[in-house]
Design a protein. Structure first.
Ligand SMILES: C[S@@+](CC[C@H](N)C(=O)[O-])C[C@H]1O[C@@H](n2cnc3c(N)ncnc32)[C@H](O)[C@@H]1O
Length: 467
């Protein structure tokens, strides 16, 4: 991250640096080492080095123990200089709330790996303060920290944050996307490919986002950012992301495939909803309701079959059976769930069921199978587990594309690549799936009826939609 910041003009010996959630000083210590190196080369005395370091480095950390630890680690770096100045610590890490820093536009660079996580029941004051980055009442700490970092950067200053990739396409981050584009130029989005090599405990996909704060009234030439994949410090260019100049729409990630130039966002495109389908998340969380789950050859009254994510194969009919690969798999048996009468979770007709999370090494992000009419009706309906997404025919309208065709299209390479451009995460989002731009049904069906395969028909219809 420091190398990137330096590439865009950050100079550790000139520009004030802030980490508003500085933890164990994982960023402040390397910054301190770089700074010390440079100040020594300038031939400054120990006392002058300490004074300059105090002007240039700043951390804020809410946990007193971590704030103290950071001071100790920084004191180690400046050991000789502090001794020469007859002092015991640098006192640059403030034990405080990084979202309540007074003043603004004070720093040449802000670098941070902020806390992630949804804030439930946020106070009115928090909502009012961070309104511009809160969408539909959904408050996520990292969105607030991105806004705080941009506030603290001076005009032309740089901001580098490690944050989940969910903000790039998630509907709840529309306000954050708009805020970022309004206040900064996005310079780079670096997707962290092998998260286990970088973090020990982070379960979300993350990226290093680098932005430059816009100057007041300055017109900055907008350049689409380069996106890289980072693996243990090495990166590989992926191409350019598809970002709007302003506004709330999702950001498109680049793809290495032929699909790079297909449209992702355009009013002339359609979507699953318009085709007559709705997507919803799987209902049953088995490890929270073990008592409701059994195995039998035939469900009893009040029970329905359960569909598991790992029984889904692309384009295949999904069988009613027990969970594959699990310890409970047994032949001829069906996983059954007791369902309250009249439950809206019950699915009575044929439906497409997708895996909700895939792993990075898996070739496809979209893996969709079909529960056909026979399986759906055999025991009066079914439910699916929470690691699935169900695509159902809408009851309030007719279907413009037959369900079997939708299944094949969802499993096509083109839609898989289009989805990947919309979301850098390994989990499929119900909302993103339902809103993903698709060619109008009529155009697409014409090519399919003429005998084209799904990928060819999609490519042709996407292009035609805009012509
Ligand atoms: C993901 S850690 C990263 C810390 C640091 N970059 C590191 O690697 O050591 C986030 C840190 O933010 C701190 N934190 C959480 N909420 C905060 C707040 N409102 N203000 C300041 N720090 C906060 C946590 O205590 C934690 O140390």
């Amino acid at each position: 991250m420091f190398e990137r910041l330096e590439r865009y003009g950050y100079d550790v010996s000139q520009h004030r640096l802030l980490d508003p959630a500085s933890g164990g000083a994982a960023f402040l210590v390397p910054a301190a080492r770089r700074l010390l190196d440079q100040l020594k080369r300038q031939g400054l005395s120990g006392e002058a080095v300490v004074e300059r370091a105090r002007e240039l480095l700043a951390g804020v950390e809410i946990e007193p123990g971590l704030a103290r630890l950071s001071e100790m680690l920084l004191a180690d770096v400046f050991d000789a200089e502090l001794r020469a100045a007859d002092q015991d610590s640098l006192r640059v890490v403030n034990r405080a709330n990084g979202l309540k820093i007074s003043g603004s536009e004070q720093f040449g660079a802000v670098i941070s790996n902020p806390p992630y996580g949804r804030v439930f029941r946020a106070s009115r004051a928090t909502i009012a303060r961070w309104q511009s980055v809160i969408t539909d009442g959904h408050v996520n700490t990292y969105a607030l920290f991105i806004a705080a970092a941009l506030e603290q950067a001076r005009a032309g200053g740089l901001v580098a944050v490690i944050v989940p990739t969910s903000f790039m396409s998630g509907p709840y981050f529309a306000g954050l996307r708009e805020y970022i584009l309004a206040t900064s130029e996005v310079l780079e989005i670096n997707i962290v490919e092998k998260r286990s090599e970088v973090f020990l405990d982070v379960v979300q996909d993350t990226c290093v986002l680098i932005m430059r704060k816009r100057g007041v009234g300055a017109i900055v030439d907008w350049q689409p950012p380069t996106t890289m994949v980072v693996t243990a410090g090495k990166s590989r260019p992926l191409g350019c992301a598809d970002l709007p100049v302003s506004g709330r729409r999702a950001w498109g990630l680049p793809t290495a495939s032929d699909e790079a130039e297909l449209p992702l966002f355009d009013d002339r495109l359609s979507d699953l909803w318009e085709w007559g389908y709705q997507a919803r998340s799987g209902y049953f969380v088995w490890n929270r309701s073990r008592a409701r789950l059994t195995e039998r050859s035939t469900p009893l009254a009040g029970e329905v079959p359960l569909i598991w994510a790992n029984n889904i194969q692309p384009n295949a009919r999904i069988e009613l059976q027990t969970r594959k690969g699990g310890t409970t798999a047994s032949k001829g048996q069906i996983s059954c769930v007791t369902l309250p009468a009249g439950s809206s979770a019950l699915i009575r007709g044929p439906a497409i069921v997708l895996q909700r999370t895939t792993n990075r090494s898996q070739k496809r992000r979209i893996v969709a199978g079909l529960v056909d009419a026979e399986a759906a009706n055999r025991f009066g309906g079914f439910v699916t587990e929470n690691h699935t997404i169900v695509v159902l025919p809408r009851m309030d309208t007719s279907q413009l594309v037959p369900i079997q065709t939708v299944l094949q299209l969802l499993n096509s390479s083109v839609l898989d690549a289009q989805y990947r451009r919309l979301s850098g995460t390994v989990s499929v989002s119900t909302k993103v799936l339902q809103r993903m731009g698709l060619p109008p049904a009529k155009l697409l069906l014409r090519h399919l009826d003429a005998g084209k395969d799904e990928d060819t028909a999609l490519r042709l219809a996407y292009r035609e939609a805009l012509s």
